[in-house]
Design a protein around this ligand. Structure first.
Ligand code: SF4
Length: 352
């Protein structure tokens, strides 16, 4: 099992599901019909299922198998709920286009949020979802409403099937009183480069050192590919952001993160440095996350020794284990130093 988990996908990381489930209602939409035909033509089994919330038929007798098979399962549905989830503190609302992601990062927050079968789910009623976003925008005028497109997913891997992200980017491009943001670890961004974003979407990349990506972020592109994709996005004039997370304090972490900044500096041109944000999140875990991680990745090499951490109550009421004060201070100084040195015009949004 360990060997399967560490297997790297095709070099381009294009997601192709092993099986697809479709809600009958999804077939009432042009996109649903097109996807069914496309999957069938590609020889991918398509099963019509009752509800996108109760999917049965994903194989797997162990937690690891169920996890892996779910990550290769796509569910195509219709979003019915009228309201969007809030998304504090970084945005006002989540934009619900996709849930989950084919990546297999050992510390993924979705391991705790999506249960034992984190299959990928996308919605075909994109226009209705954007219409609802428009209602929120109007409701809160003259305030600017901010929407987050990656609160429960990485939206890029299924973009080549739906074009939903591009549609959302162009929708927000035409909204004077709204902004859009999302984050990805993937590099398949070409279809988004000519989107009419009008500077209203902040395109963020989640980055880490080569070591951390190799060790823990299975099924995702290497650092240099993400940075190259960021270079293209910068050229396309998007406001750009980097989420460096989770910062892991392994032996030699300073050198690893310095190499990351050097690569960013090498690839990004001066223009892009004018509207650039950084977010930094150090590695932390809850007791529940640790249990879930070890269930799926029994040989996980993440250091989750509670004795070496500081216990802190989070804003949502549960406790988490963070690095001790001294280490946090060291990380802060180091990362701020990197930004000052390589991207002095950039804004550090936060470091936690
Ligand atoms: S790429 Fe992001 S959403 Fe996907 S598994 Fe990794 S951390 Fe989770």
């Amino acid at each position: 099992m360990k060997q399967i988990l560490l297997e790297r996908p095709a070099a381009n990381h294009i997601f192709i599901p092993k099986r697809v489930f479709m809600e009958p209602a999804a077939l009432e939409y042009e996109l649903g019909q097109r996807l069914r035909e496309q999957f069938r033509a590609e020889g991918i089994p398509v099963t019509v299922t009752g509800s996108h919330n109760r999917v049965t038929g994903i194989p797997g007798t162990t937690p690891q198998e169920a996890f892996l098979e779910s990550k290769r399962t796509l569910v195509v549905g219709v979003r019915r709920g009228k309201d969007f989830q809030t998304c504090k503190p970084s945005a006002h609302y989540q934009l619900p286009l996709v849930t989950s992601c084919p990546g297999k990062c050992e510390y993924c927050y979705l391991l705790t949020n999506l249960g034992k079968k984190p299959y990928i789910r996308l919605y075909v009623n994109i226009e209705e979802i954007l219409d609802r976003a428009k209602e929120y925008i109007i409701e809160y005028l003259p305030r600017e409403t901010i929407f987050e497109g990656a609160a429960t997913s990485d939206p890029i891997p299924v973009e080549h099937y739906t074009g939903a992200l591009k549609q959302a980017i162009e929708f927000f491009g035409g909204q004077e009183h709204a902004r859009f943001r999302f984050v990805t670890k993937f590099s398949d961004v070409d279809s988004l480069l000519d989107a009419k974003h009008n500077g209203r979407t902040r395109f963020r990349f989640s980055l880490n050192t080569d070591y951390v990506i190799r060790q823990f972020e299975h099924g995702t592109p290497p650092m240099h590919e993400r940075v190259a994709a960021a270079g293209k996005v910068a050229q396309a004039g998007y406001p750009l952001g980097f989420l460096v997370a989770p910062i892991v304090l392994y032996d030699g972490w300073q050198q690893g993160y310095q190499e990351l900044f050097e690569e960013l500096y090498r690839v990004l041109d001066l223009v892009s440095q004018q509207d650039l944000t950084f977010e930094f999140i150090t590695h932390r875990f809850t007791q529940r996350a640790k249990t879930n991680i070890l269930d799926i990745f029994p040989n996980c090499r993440l250091d989750m020794d509670e004795e070496k951490r500081q216990f802190k109550f989070g804003q949502f009421g549960y406790g988490k284990y963070v690095y001790p004060k001294d280490s946090m201070a060291e990380v802060k100084e180091f990362m701020q130093g990197m930004v000052d040195r390589y991207f002095p015009a950039a804004k550090v949004e936060y470091l936690v």
